[in-house]
Design a protein around this ligand. Structure first.
Ligand code: SF4
Length: 406
């Protein structure tokens, strides 16, 4: 059972946040069911992107740029953009579906200063030849990508999966695969699927005028399956991997009991997972990084942390347990004393929830803020700005005239 006091509330904010979400294009080469973005404007120019990079550097204090889209790898100047971001002294990280990735492009990106990838792979992406395959079968695709990135070397790799009501039970298959690849994969992220429906709601814009919600890629005529929540994802991982625990979180912008971002970091070797870090280690990592670099931390440069992680046992009960588990393992298998120790993050993100009064419960201190028209906006709702000039408010059809602002 999750208790907020057991986890560290990440100290991120609008103006001091480790992540800058830079969208380079709204064109994509596949069509994921859970995507928030639709094609309207195409690739941004390199000049425009450089201006956005400098805007983030001035107002956001990022440690990494999440280069997103659409599909960033099909942007013709992606290598130049990566080089420009690296020149600013921060980490360029590409969020990709991997379709356009080749060893040659990978090499060019690495040479330009790329820090790593977050690869989005799940079974609802309408990928050619993968349509009827489940999450466990998609591990083969994850493996191909992980092997390619590992062959280049020196790049951080995280896999994202959107979690749907019908794939929720397959989460342990992905976590198990991640553990088996702890040397190559530094993190897994599960993002819970959300839509708004047009069946019971109407939407109004900032001028209180009704808008056509069906223009948004994340509305559906109807959807009656129960949406999966972050605590449910936490529980299914915990039930299958008792050594897992979360260490940090971000709550909701409206609801006091939401877990919008829940971050765990597991500790293990290629032979065994020993446990997780606790809230003290998460706090130490955030504050220590800020003291040293002046910025908070979202991506490490490597998952190979070594035995020094166990020094935190003096302050952190959770990691103390991991150290005990490792000692027992080494007594049983002495050769494992020389195993390298890695960390692997397990993140859970619960996308915005529409409240009964029409407002949306967003992520407190949204890490995925992007730039629209010279302002910061939550990237998951930017298409409301692009289509309707601002956030829309959802109102139940039978409550029109009583809505609150979103
Ligand atoms: S509010 Fe921000 S962090 Fe949360 S899902 Fe939307 S864009 Fe991502």
């Amino acid at each position: 059972m999750l208790e907020k006091r057991n986890y560290y509330r990440l100290p991120w904010s609008m103006n001091d946040n480790p992540i800058a979400w830079l969208e380079v294009t709204d064109i994509c080469n596949i069509h994921c069911e859970g995507c928030y973005r639709q094609y309207m404007t195409g690739h941004k120019s390199l000049e425009e992107l450089k201006e956005e990079v400098l805007f983030f550097m001035k107002w956001r204090n990022p440690d990494n740029f999440s280069i997103a889209g659409g599909e960033p790898l099909i942007h013709p100047q992606i290598v130049d953009l990566v080089a420009f971001i690296a020149q600013q002294g921060v980490k360029p990280v590409i969020l990709s579906n991997g379709v356009a990735l080749t060893p040659e492009l990978l090499h060019e990106l690495k040479k330009a200063g790329l820090a790593g990838f977050t690869m989005h792979v799940d079974s609802h992406q309408n990928r050619p030849h993968w349509n009827d395959k489940n999450e466990k079968e998609h591990n083969q695709l994850r493996q191909e990508i992980a092997d390619m990135v590992a062959a280049e070397g020196g790049l951080y790799l995280v896999f994202n999966s959107t979690v749907y009501p019908d794939t929720y039970h397959e989460i342990p298959d992905i976590v198990r695969w991640g553990h088996a690849n702890i040397e190559k994969v530094q993190g897994l992220v599960f993002i819970t699927y959300r839509t708004a429906t047009t069946e019971d709601n109407i939407a109004t814009d900032v001028n209180d005028q009704e808008v056509d919600m069906s223009k948004l890629s994340y509305t559906r005529e109807s959807f009656h399956e129960h949406f999966v929540t972050a605590p449910e994802v936490y529980q299914i991982i915990k039930d299958n991997f008792p050594e897992y625990d979360a260490a940090g979180y971000l709550g909701g912008s409206i609801r006091h009991d939401s877990y919008k971002w829940l971050i765990g970091v597991m500790v293990g070797s290629k032979n065994n997972i020993y446990g997780s870090i606790g809230k003290k280690t998460m706090e130490f990592a955030q504050i220590g990084h800020h003291l040293q670099k002046g910025r908070y931390l979202a991506y490490m440069t490597s998952g190979k942390i070594g035995r020094k992680i166990f020094w935190m046992s003096h302050w952190d009960d959770t990691i103390r347990q991991a150290r005990r588990n490792r000692r027992k393992d080494v007594v049983r298998h002495p050769a494992r004393l020389f195993d390298d120790i890695f960390i692997q993050s397990v993140g859970i993100i619960q996308a915005p929830d529409i409240m009964p009064d029409g407002r949306a419960d967003m992520c407190d201190s949204c890490p995925d803020i992007t730039i629209y028209d010279g302002k910061f906006v939550n990237s998951c709702r930017m298409d409301e700005y692009r289509l309707f000039g601002g956030f829309v408010s959802m109102v139940e059809k039978d409550k029109v005239g009583t809505k609150s602002e979103s």
